[in-house]
Design a protein around this ligand. Structure first.
Ligand code: ZN
Length: 342
């Protein structure tokens, strides 16, 4: 996650603080030092962080048990987030990973309560309340909060992952709107922020699940446009236009120097050029393309394209160019598949 500062590692997992939280803490510290409660405020803040980290570690360590690594734990003004490297494959694993955080928080609050009964330290009472709130609040069925994930995992068992995500995201947005309304009525800015976050996060996760569902089962060649022709590096724009006119649906043509793929030329770039027989193709070549085997999973290609910000990929079989995949076409396919569902 961008805009965050590393503060150390726990069980091999980097723990980071988001800058917005640092700024917020600065303000709180300034405010509390002017009212005189400075040191106690800092102590409470540290305990709150430790509680959030313990909660996220609960998720991360159960995830590790099921073979899912955690990239990092980030502390945010609205709580924490354990960023998993991938989604758990089985609903049962997601359920156990999701429930582990609140279980840790509720257990810590129980321990704090017992200690508080034995030694009446105010800090222990605060620790009890903080962890109780962390545990209970996260159990609200507002996807993508823990309670929402537990709900989705439960639903996924009998309606499949995609439908379960849609139902959970809808409920998540409903709870989010309720938060914002309550926040507006009672002037609770913080609750309003959490509501806004849940609303957008629910929508983003829903979108990701839809894409996973459409793209996940496909291979690269399923989304490939076959290219009967490969342009040489010395070809003219007119030759490219002639190549496009042979296959009407084709949006990009591969360009190669011998057997080495140089890039692609897009139809939209080629057709607009005046006196195309006087221009060479290399002026128009998009070199930021990926070359990939056609039998690999489409998701693998899209991840690579996303990382290198490529708009197109050249597909090969036995080192021979057989087609292209353009991002534009994949997005169109996702859009039409989305509107065809429900
Ligand atoms: Zn959690």
């Amino acid at each position: 996650m961008g805009w965050s500062m590393n503060i150390g590692r726990l069980f091999g997992i980097p723990v980071k603080v988001h800058f917005t939280l640092l700024i917020l803490l600065g303000f709180l510290l300034l405010a509390s030092s002017s009212t005189g409660g400075g040191l106690y405020g800092v102590l409470i803040a540290v305990l709150l962080f430790a509680s959030v980290v313990a909660h996220e570690l609960g998720h991360a360590l159960v995830a590790r048990r099921y073979g899912v690594a955690t990239k990092e734990i980030v502390l945010l003004p609205i709580g924490g987030a354990a960023l998993l490297s991938q989604s758990p494959k089985e609903p049962r694993h997601e359920l156990l990973i999701a429930i582990a955080g609140p279980v840790v928080s509720l257990a810590l609050s129980g321990v704090a309560w017992v200690l508080w009964q034995a030694i009446a330290f105010t800090v222990l009472a605060d620790l009890f309340v903080v962890n109780l709130m962390l545990g209970l609040f996260n159990l609200l069925p507002a996807f993508p909060m823990d309670g929402g994930r537990i709900l989705r995992a439960g639903l996924a068992r009998w309606m499949g992952n995609l439908r379960a995500t849609r139902v959970a995201a809808k409920l998540g947005r409903l709870v989010a709107v309720a938060f914002v309304v309550i926040a507006a009525v009672y002037g609770q800015l913080f609750l309003g922020l959490i509501g806004a976050f849940i609303f957008f996060a629910a929508t983003a996760e829903e979108r990701a699940a839809i894409i996973q569902n459409i793209v996940g089962p496909r291979r690269i060649r399923d989304m490939m446009q076959a290219t009967p022709d490969v342009l040489g590096a010395g070809a003219t724009v007119a030759e490219a236009i002639a190549g496009f006119s042979l296959s009407p649906g084709l949006t990009a043509l591969p360009v190669a120097f011998g057997t080495r793929v140089m890039g692609v030329v897009y139809r939209s770039d080629a057709v607009g050029i005046p006196s195309p027989d006087e221009h060479l193709i290399h002026e128009l070549v998009d070199r930021n393309v990926i070359t990939h085997r056609g039998d690999a999973p489409l998701m693998e290609l899209l991840t690579q394209m996303g990382q290198s910000r490529s708009r197109a990929a050249v597909v090969t079989t036995d080192d021979e160019v057989v087609g292209v995949v353009t991002l534009e076409r994949v997005l169109e396919e996702i859009r039409s598949a989305r509107s065809a569902e429900f």
